[in-house]
Write a protein that binds this ligand. Structure first.
Ligand SMILES: [Zn+2]
Length: 198
């Protein structure tokens, strides 16, 4: 179970505030006994960081079902910095992107006919995301309405999210909805939840 993750992405934090927010949330989770300050790289496969905080004595409080006594969760990795995050099988493209101005949906992976992204369609999004990662701003022109829309406003299909702060819970049982809500409150931001395997 060690190669399974649940990731929570803060989709509203700016990179300027992400470091302080990460500190605050880690402090809160330590105070709640969900994690400790001790760090470990065992079972951490996050792309951006090598280690995470080991689970604390009250880790069960954050999960939906802790009835399996053999299930010991792994570390919680904290990822600070603008990046795109993918769940599922870890494709580096989104399935689709919906324009928030005109609601037109751009299909990037045309399931079930195709299992790979149309690179020509994806390219402007890829470029926009790269620019956003570098500078904090990046836009893609909507092919339907012509509006230049920031990449952070495009609505990507599930399991693809942009954010400057994310938490990877490695090997934890599914987190409960109360914990999701509390974490979102601690952050003061909207979150997106992803699951996947390394
Ligand atoms: Zn549009």
């Amino acid at each position: 179970m060690g190669d399974y993750f649940e990731r929570i992405v803060d989709v509203e934090a700016t990179s300027e505030e992400a470091g302080l927010l990460a500190e605050r949330v880690v402090g809160w989770m330590v105070a709640e006994g969900l994690i400790t300050r001790e760090r470990s790289s065992d079972g951490v496969y996050s792309l951006q960081v090598d280690d995470g905080y080991k689970p604390g004595p009250n880790w069960e409080r954050a999960v939906a079902d802790s009835s399996d006594p053999t299930w010991m969760p792994g570390p919680v990795a904290v990822i600070v910095g603008r990046d795109y995050h993918v769940g599922g099988q870890g494709m580096s493209e989104a399935d689709s992107a919906t324009c928030p101005r005109c609601e037109a949906r751009t299909v990037i992976i045309d399931y079930p006919e195709e299992w790979e992204a149309d690179q020509e369609v994806w390219q402007p999004f890829s470029d926009g995301i790269d620019t956003w990662k570098e500078t904090g701003e990046g836009s893609v022109i909507c092919s339907s309405c012509g509006a230049s829309v920031p990449v952070t406003e495009w609505r990507f299909a599930s399991e693809f999210a942009l954010g400057a702060l994310a938490f990877d819970f490695w090997g934890w049982p599914p987190l409960n909805t109360g914990f999701h809500a509390e974490l979102s409150k601690q952050l003061g931001h909207r979150i997106e939840v992803q699951t996947g395997k390394f």
